[in-house]
Design a protein around this ligand. Structure first.
Ligand SMILES: Cc1ncc(COP(=O)(O)O)c(C=O)c1O
Length: 374
């Protein structure tokens, strides 16, 4: 069929640029998942789910939250999460992608300006694109670039609400946003600050509350916590002022016109929050593995991000995939990340450190990496 031809040629073009993506099975030691605390296959989550099923908790929600899909498990999780994250309200979505894109598509209004860090996750960008507000990218982690964007927009007659969006721990670089400076700037300009804690929730902060714990709960702060990474399940919690939560329930199309997340995932997230509080040793163990990875990196003259997300920039799109596949052949599940997911010329191995590996595995990984790069 002729209509297929243009997709074929788009794929050929990707292949020619060494950017063709394909699915490959999980195999080998986990150096690529976001299961930072090794909760995904943990006995506590298994038991929580098994017990919930034997109590009769439904597998599927059966409808949207505004219809019959609103289960007690969703409400219990949201109430617990609001308390845990010290926020007025928490709303559960089926994924972080859905929550981010829904929030940016719904809350900023026509006449507003959204300032996105230039390397912010695709889900935030997607939401802004679907929404009604204007948007601009600021230089990565550069607070004065954010302020310049505000000044330029106001000088050009922009009168609406300002929204500043950042990730607290960047998913591809593992570096942190200057949250307290962004907060000061947001206060100064009466702006909302939206913080994506996808990779920080569970790993940093008191009881794993994340890097935004000191500002979460304020009336101009919205925080995204994903449940599919350190929390080991799936879904996401938005913590936000009550009025904005009510607005989403009334206006957010992704919330209103979609089947609610599985009640079992609400049970898993609830149990994960309990684990964060009761098992600080998981965070401590991860911290010490990350420090160990830092030493190993230094031994091989590589720089460390200081977090569990550990990029090794290779630069060349084909080269990165060859090294990643060499590592997989040696038993290390490492994935290459290429443009457009990361900026041109920064193709990288995105190593992630999780409790699914031991110190000795990390040392062997860095040795294998050095061999392949030699
Ligand atoms: C920074 C960031 N935000 C949001 C998401 C989306 O979260 P989820 O995987 O739950 O859809 C991701 C996932 O990779 C992410 O890295």
């Amino acid at each position: 069929m002729n209509a297929i031809a243009r997709y074929e040629s788009a794929l050929h073009a990707l292949a020619a640029q060494h950017r063709m993506r394909a699915l490959s099975p999980r195999a080998g030691l986990d150096f690529s998942s976001n299961d930072y605390l090794a909760l995904a296959a943990s006995s506590r989550l298994r038991i929580a789910i098994t017990e919930a099923m034997s109590r009769g908790t439904a597998i599927g929600a059966g409808g949207s939250r505004l219809l019959r899909g609103n289960h007690p498990e969703h409400e219990e999780l949201e109430a617990r999460a609001a308390t845990f994250f010290h926020a007025e309200r928490a709303l559960f979505f089926s994924s972080g992608y859905a929550a981010n894109s829904a929030l940016f598509a719904t809350l900023p209004q026509s006449g507003d300006l959204v300032i996105l860090d230039e390397i912010i996750h695709a889900s935030s960008r997607e939401g802004v694109r679907a929404g009604r507000a204007a948007s601009v990218a600021s230089l990565h982690n550069d607070v004065s670039s954010v302020e310049d964007s505000i000044r330029i927009w106001r000088a050009a007659g922009g009168l609406g609400q300002i929204w500043i969006a950042a990730e607290s721990l960047y998913s591809m670089d593992g570096d942190r946003a200057p949250l307290s400076d962004l907060m000061t700037l947001a206060d100064k300009h009466e702006a909302f600050l939206v913080i994506d804690e996808a990779h920080a929730t569970g790993v940093f902060g008191t009881d794993g509350r994340g890097l935004a714990e000191n500002i979460e709960g304020r009336d101009n702060v919205i925080v995204l916590h994903t449940c599919g990474k350190a929390l080991g399940g799936a879904g996401a919690l938005l913590s936000l002022p009550r009025t904005l939560g009510d607005f989403l329930v009334n206006r957010c199309r992704a919330f209103i016109f979609s089947t609610a997340p599985s009640p079992l995932m609400a049970v898993a997230a609830l149990e994960a929050l309990a684990i964060l509080k009761e098992e600080p040793q998981r965070r401590e163990a991860l911290e010490s593995l990350v420090a160990h990875a830092g030493h190993q990196a230094k031994r091989h003259a590589l720089s460390a991000s200081g977090s569990q997300i550990f990029p090794v920039i290779i630069g060349d799109d084909l080269g990165v995939m060859q090294i990643a596949s060499g590592l997989r052949e040696r038993g290390f599940d490492v994935r290459g990340v290429r443009p457009p997911t990361v900026p041109k010329g920064t193709a990288r191995l995105r190593l992630s450190i999780t409790l699914n590996v031991a110190e000795a595995d990390i040392a062997r990984l860095f040795d294998a990496l050095a061999e392949l790069r030699a």
